[in-house]
Design a protein around this ligand. Sequence first.
Ligand code: ZN
Length: 137
Amino acid sequence: MENSKITITRALKEQMLQHARKELPYEACGVISGSADRGPLQFYPARNELQSTTRYHIEPHDLYRIIMDIEEQGHEIWGIYHSHPASPAYPSETDLKQSYYPDAYYLIASFADVKKPVLRAFRIVDKQVEEVEIRVK
Ligand SMILES: [Zn+2]
């Protein structure tokens, strides 16, 4: 698969981790806009309508508002982000079942060690997981 490495800014990473920290002990979620040539551009935090420690579902109104804004900007859904409060930064069975965006990167932040959160990225196509290396600049 092409694009086995992605580059995100430190600021974008911090925004995602801060949002997840704020939502603990629940899973946090959000969307990252971007474009094929410019990469990731903006993080949109969203509510997890499940308010669960092990699952997430982006609140539908949030998702609608986010997608409208991304389209208005002429951008695309670049990534889907969520956190794992206590488990590793790897897609769960549930994550595989609800991976509706084969063109997006799936970013997962683990807070199993709350002082040292781990952020990893994946492509999920037909429930097949492939890790993508994250570079932070
Ligand atoms: Zn998950």
